[in-house]
Design a protein around this ligand. Structure first.
Ligand code: IPM
Ligand code: MN
Length: 359
């Protein structure tokens, strides 16, 4: 088993170090190799996703990813920006299925901006299609508007598109995931306005015929955004396109009160995957040793489960994380009165200690 370790920028470096520490404490045999990505790679090699990093990622069974980005790269041309590294990895490895769970941990119920009773016990899974949609659709660019009221004026355009096989495969992923949960899928679209998403709705409905044991509902994205803050526990699995999934997964993450706690997985057809926290590189707190490493540690658990076939080890990590929360250890992002504030390293050490205590 080979893991490519790509810490990236900002707090990525600190939190990935803790996840690596936790993986090492498991006494499993895997090879870990580290490489630069994002702004760090741009500084060293002039490109956010150098050939050597891409090669390592392709050869590995899984990629453990930190975060990329910093305001200081905002002025670079788009293809050199740190974000292009993650988009490039998704595309090059064909990581079309993005799992973003939003789980509200018992001890953190009060960290949510919603009333505790709305989020207590919340456990929803957003499955975001990750390699299509307006993110990658061609053509895109700048030109002179060819028609319309502003013909001749400068304009910019992107293209929203989905092919049938792209929708079919993500729909299968969603229905299969729902079978392991509460057997309900909400497909989020904008079929009332967009042709792409009428097609999406039609294809998801067709695929559903193969899963009569799973309930399917369709919901417009604006309504889904509203329902997520009104009654989030009504959802089980949400499946949607790349852009709607980007937006709704941030919203769902915040319901749990602690984006610092949420892992994510991006898988291809061969179950090769990229695992990263749902949060970003947080340049404002980088290097201070205060970032929450738990999302990355939980991402490592997802990696063990989905790409490395180590369910038992995954559960051990998840149990250890619950234990440290029960011990009232908190990084600044989830701190509340009466708990003990710890830094990034101490949190990682605490998880390792709990793992060892499991015997
Ligand atoms: C995410 C991020 C990325 C996205 C950016 C960094 C390209 O927001 O993983 O959700 O939009 O997909
Ligand atoms: Mn996002």
């Amino acid at each position: 088993m080979k893991i490519a370790v790509l810490p990236g920028d900002g707090i990525g470096v600190e939190i990935v170090a803790e996840a690596v520490k936790v993986l090492r404490a498991l006494d499993l045999k895997f090879e870990m190799e580290e490489a630069l990505v994002g702004g760090a790679a741009y500084e060293a090699h002039g490109h956010p996703l150098p050939e050597s990093t891409l090669k390592l990622a392709k050869e590995a069974d899984a990629v453990l990813f930190g975060a990329v980005g910093d305001w200081k790269y905002d002025k670079l041309e788009r293809k050199l920006r740190p974000e292009q590294a993650i988009l490039g990895l998704r595309k090059e490895l064909g990581l079309f299925a993005n799992f973003r769970p939003a789980i509200c941990y018992e001890q953190l119920t009060h960290a949510s901006s919603l009333k505790p009773e709305l989020v207590a016990g919340l456990d929803i899974l957003i499955i975001r299609e990750l390699t299509g949609d307006i993110y990658f659709g061609q053509p895109r660019g700048r030109r002179e508007a060819p028609d319309g009221a502003f013909a001749g004026q400068p304009e910019a355009f992107d293209t929203m598109r989905y092919t049938r096989p792209e929708i079919e495969r993500i729909a299968h992923v969603a229905f299969q995931a729902a079978r392991k949960r509460n057997r309900k899928v909400t497909s989020v679209d904008k079929a009332n306005v967009l042709e792409t998403f009428q097609f999406w709705k039609d294809v998801v409905t067709e695929v559903h015929a193969q899963y009569p044991d799973v309930e399917l509902e369709h919901m417009y994205v604006d309504n889904a955004a509203m329902q997520l803050v009104r009654a989030p526990k009504k959802f089980d699995v949400i499946v949607t396109g790349n852009m709607f999934g980007d937006i709704l997964s941030d919203e769902a993450a915040m319901l749990t009160g602690s984006i610092g706690m949420l892992p994510s997985a991006s898988l291809n057809e061969r179950k090769q995957g990229l695992y990263e926290p749902s949060h970003g590189s947080a340049p404002d707190i980088a290097g201070q040793g205060v970032a929450n490493p738990l999302a990355t540690i939980l991402s490592a658990a997802m990696m063990l489960r989905y790409s490395l076939d180590q369910e038992e080890a995954a559960r051990r990590i998840e149990a250890a994380v619950k234990d440290v929360l029960a011990q009232n250890l908190r990084t600044a992002d989830i701190y509340s009165e009466g708990t003990t504030k710890v830094g990034t390293k101490e949190m990682g050490d605490a998880v390792v200690a709990r793992l060892k205590a499991q015997g």
